[in-house]
Design a protein around this ligand. Structure first.
Ligand SMILES: [Ca+2]
Ligand SMILES: [Ca+2]
Ligand SMILES: [Ca+2]
Length: 937
């Protein structure tokens, strides 16, 4: 139905996009097996998968289960074994009994928490199973002496492989022990447990006032070893060492060391690694937690993540708080040998959900997906409002994947699960499909779930293209026209380590020209179903057999870009098929494709157009030269001037073709790009884009040539002319810009030196400051002493100076220096006395300086610049913006004595014009005594 018509083809292309092939990797969530225990028993607080011969069981701890009716015990807890069969699944309580426990021992099983922990000897085929009750008490002394405490020694039961018989360990019991807290009296052995071939490892966090300890029983040598707080005092009181335990090969691949978590150590938690030294455990490595209250070390899992023979370690910190509260995290440590554990750069965090307690449980699943690296599960039982979730992470050569490959939520499994993920167990293949399966406890719903692992198919795919495409040879005809074309061959080889059934159909999507320039269309197309740019198909595969298929890719007619490599991509997946459900066996699970590191069932390959080139690798050899033309033929740019700066640039390519040549100019953001002048031929139109750079004050301007190619041995002619301007508020100094020239094509290292250029131009303050002034009164009367009114002798003169900045730059730190003649030579009379000096800038308040008796007039009468005998007054006007002015007011009194001198003489010496007042027969003097200097700093 997808074969006819263009519109139909488009529709089909949308429908036929590959859907995600698996909603999880690689545990099946559609056929989970659920197990239920007595209500309110906390069935599932611990879980364990176990096999004995052909029989497989789920063993589940229910630590607050009521006693069986025959025993008058209050809530002793219990351990249940459940047949793993398709249906029905029944669970049976396992028998435990402490018949005798010692000379001064009488056991009490009330509230003993049987089933708090479960562990199993390694190996697929059988082995002992250990179930503990850490609150089992010795009440020998407390029944006799009212003041004595019951002693919570804790008990562990070791079941035979068929789970029919058991023996018990009470490692903390000693005769005549009666003091609570001291030594091992309240050690609570078995709160955690682990087993190796020879060792039974029990955590005992109550040892020595909750310092805690790890107790190891060697079943071959029958020796007990324990950590007792040694002379170093390495573990503090209240550390809860033994809250979690494990064992692995940390010093060497053949050695065996023991791990103990101490989540309360200094409130930050710590994990210790011990070597067994006869009866003692000796610390060989410590991993400190970093966050207060994170409960670092409350769970540990020993896994050789990178499969190098040395155990690596995962440490849970389920109360770790990042953004909200108690999201939890898991720290990953990779063993570099000799127990040198190096923490990975990241932590596992699941979904970082509020109060998820991610890391409450961690389990080694073995290699689920056949890639050679063990995989792990991490529980987050309180995620999703106590419904819980489990995350799968895959081991890798470098350690572990930072992101989970699967997240399984309790709510998605279709049962009303609560606290799903509190406990985890693996290592047993329950459905005989050769893939080990996973049990997950959900104790608040008194249930546990088995998730079965899907068979894994490895597919090796290849995508073959010709070495290069010759544009000149049209091998095909498309609608009657000769067309350039080539073959694209896809091959698959599917294998499976364990799965022997039919692999079935692989479907694939082939996409053309993946990395074509976004402004151009795909340069190649397909005929057939799917869109023009992609096609799809099916391949029937058989185990270990190479299966290939070929498609023809046709070249479009109008291809301009023969430089960008031509990349094709094929993505593939298994076609989901429904499989027959055989009665009385588990529903078969669909195989799944292996996802190795970074590989998502997609491969690419590329080819290129054939080109005839003169240089190796068709190298370009581009050259750039550029110079600045500053306004008014000056060697600087005046700040504030609106004049533009011209940048002339010349481009040349003396190598092979350069596709998409582009020039990038970087300059500070106080420079403004105005335009590029299009004085070039139509083929060489220039278009420029300005972009502000991130985290920088720089701006970059990228210019492209319309021809898209700078062919071999060509140039862009005439010059590219760019106009820039400088923002008014810039500061002075040298400002630079840098040009870079590049193209899409390769350019040899030795030709790159002339692809970049730095240009610099100084910015300076350029100002034209004017000053002019007047005096008031401009004249006054002067006559004989007898007839002169008294006020004439104290004639005051007011000078007003106007300072104006007519630009173009702001006048910075403007200073006006006023020079006054002090005397009227040759007479040694003082000429005038400054009364006040004030100035104001437009919009600014008045400034005045005290003058006082500053002036005693001696010296010459003429003021030149730098004349020290002249009086000079400094007015600091500060910054004077363009177009603004400042006013300076100067008030002086004139000494009348100077006026008694001969006018001609005065004129001759001072340049002061003197006239007679004809109307009053008195002499008039017009005084313009000023010398003003303006310095611009
Ligand atoms: Ca390792
Ligand atoms: Ca794996
Ligand atoms: Ca299985």
């Amino acid at each position: 139905m997808c074969s006819s018509g263009e519109s139909m083809r488009l529709l089909c292309s949308l429908v036929l996009v590959l859907v995600p092939l698996s909603a999880g990797y690689s545990l099946d969530v559609e056929h989970s097996l659920e197990f239920s225990g007595p209500s309110s028993s906390w069935f599932g607080y611990s879980v364990l998968l176990h096999r004995h011969g052909r029989q497989t069981w789920l063993v589940a701890g229910a630590p607050v289960a009521n006693g069986s009716s025959s025993l008058p015990v209050r809530s002793p807890g219990g351990v249940y074994r459940c047949n793993i069969t398709p249906e029905p699944r029944t669970c049976k309580r396992m028998h435990t009994e402490v018949s005798s426990c010692g000379k001064t021992c009488e056991g009490e099983s009330d509230h003993q928490w049987l089933g708090v922990s479960l562990s199993r000897q390694p190996g697929e085929e059988g082995g002992h199973v250990l179930a503990c009750a850490h609150r089992w008490k010795n009440i020998f002394y407390s029944t006799k002496d009212f003041q004595s405490n019951k002693l919570p020694n804790g008990v562990c039961f070791s079941f035979s492989s068929d789970l029919e018989t058991s023996r018990h360990y009470i490692p903390c019991y000693t005769d005549h022990q009666r003091k609570f807290g001291e030594n091992y009296a309240s050690c609570q052995a078995g709160i955690s447990s682990s087993m190796t071939e020879d060792l039974v490892i029990m955590g005992a966090p109550g040892t020595s006032y909750w310092t805690g300890s790890v107790i190891v029983y060697n079943t071959s040598s029958r020796q007990i070893s324990a950590y007792g707080n040694d002379e170093t005092g390495a573990v503090n009181f209240g550390s809860y060492l033994g809250y979690s335990v494990g064992a692995g090969h940390f010093l060497s691949p053949s050695s065996e060391e023991v791990v103990g978590g101490a989540p309360q150590y200094n409130q930050k938690g710590k994990v210790f690694i011990f070597t067994i030294d006869n009866s003692r455990l000796r610390i060989v490595f410590e991993l400190p937690g970093k966050e207060f209250g994170s409960y670092f070390g409350s769970s540990v899992s020993v896994v050789d993540l990178n499969a190098d023979g040395l155990s690596d370690l995962l440490v849970g910190a389920p109360m770790a708080t990042s953004n909200t509260r108690e999201e939890g995290k898991v720290h990953v440590y990779i063993n570099e040998g000799q127990v040198k554990l190096v923490e990975a750069e990241f932590q596992l965090t699941g979904s970082s959900s509020y109060a998820a307690r991610f890391g409450q449980s961690i389990a080694n699943l073995g290699d689920l997906d056949d890639d050679g690296y063990p995989d792990v599960a991490v529980g987050a039982p309180q995620e999703d409002d106590l419904r819980g979730a489990v995350y799968i992470y895959n081991g890798r050569k470098e350690g572990i994947s930072a992101a989970p490959s699967q997240r399984i939520t309790g709510s998605s499994l279709g049962h009303d699960l609560m606290m799903f993920g509190q406990s985890l167990s693996s290592g047993i293949d329950v459905d005989n499909n050769k893939y080990k399966d996973v049990a997950v406890g959900a104790f608040l719903s008194d249930s546990a779930v088995i998730l079965r692992a899907r068979p894994v198919i490895q597919v090796k795919a290849s995508l073959t293209l010709p070495d290069q495409i010759d544009q000149q040879v049209a091998l095909c005809r498309d609608r009657g026209t000769p067309t350039v074309c080539f073959n694209v061959t896809i091959c698959f080889n599917a294998t499976s380590k364990h799965f022997k059934g039919p692999i079935g159909i692989l479907k694939y999507n082939l996409t053309s020209d993946l990395i074509h320039k976004s402004s151009f269309p795909h340069r190649f197309y397909f005929h057939g179903n799917g869109s023009l740019n992609s096609t799809k198909g099916d391949v029937k595969t058989r185990h270990g057999r190479l299966t290939c298929t070929t498609h023809i890719a046709y070249q479009r007619r109008d291809v301009k870009d023969i430089y960008t490599p031509i990349q094709f991509e094929v993505s593939y997946g298994l076609r989901e098929t429904t499989q027959k459900h055989v009665f009385k066996t588990f529903p078969p699970l669909k195989p799944i494709l292996q996802q190795s590191a970074g590989q998502r069932h997609t491969i690419t390959n590329q080819t290129r157009f054939a080109r005839s080139c003169s240089l190796g690798n068709c190298s370009t050899n581009m050259q750039l030269s550029s110079h600045l033309v500053l306004p008014d033929q000056q060697d600087f740019v005046a700040l504030g001037s609106a004049q533009t700066i011209i940048l002339k640039t010349f481009l040349l390519n003396s190598g092979d073709d350069a596709f998409l040549p582009r020039l990038t100019l970087r300059f500070p953001d106080n420079i403004h790009y105005v335009k590029v002048l299009q004085n070039v031929s139509e083929n060489n139109l220039i278009s420029c884009d300005v972009m502000k750079e991130d985290n920088s004050t720089d701006v970059s301007l990228t210019c492209m040539v319309s021809s898209l190619v700078l062919p071999a041995g060509s140039q862009v002619s005439p010059n590219i002319i760019t106009e820039l301007s400088v923002l008014i508020m810039s500061s002075s100094g040298d400002h630079g810009c840098n040009w870079f020239l590049r193209s899409d094509n390769y350019e040899m290292e030795k030709y790159l030196h002339d692809n970049a250029m730095s240009l610099s131009f100084p910015l300076k303050y350029g100002v034209n400051v004017n000053i002019h002034g007047f005096v008031s009164p401009t004249s006054f009367l002067f006559g004989d002493e007898d007839t002169i009114p008294a006020e004439c002798y104290s004639e005051k003169l007011n000078y007003t100076f106007k300072v104006l900045n007519s630009g173009p730059s702001r006048s910075v730190d403007t200073v006006v220096d006023i020079r006054l003649p002090k005397i009227l030579s040759p007479h040694r009379h003082k000429l005038q006395k400054v009364i006040s000096l004030k100035w104001k800038l437009l919009g600014l308040s008045q400034v005045s300086i005290p003058v006082g008796d500053l002036l005693l007039f001696v010296g010459t009468q003429f003021c030149g610049r730098g004349d020290e005998l002249c009086e000079h007054l400094i007015c600091r006007l500060g910054n004077l913006d363009v177009g603004r002015d400042a006013t300076i007011l100067l008030e002086v009194t004139l000494n009348p004595a100077v006026l008694l001198q001969e006018p001609v003489e005065m004129h001759k010496h001072t340049g002061i014009p003197i006239e007679f007042c004809h109307s009053f027969h008195k002499r008039i003097i017009i005084i313009i005594i000023m010398f003003v200097a303006v310095y611009l700093l």
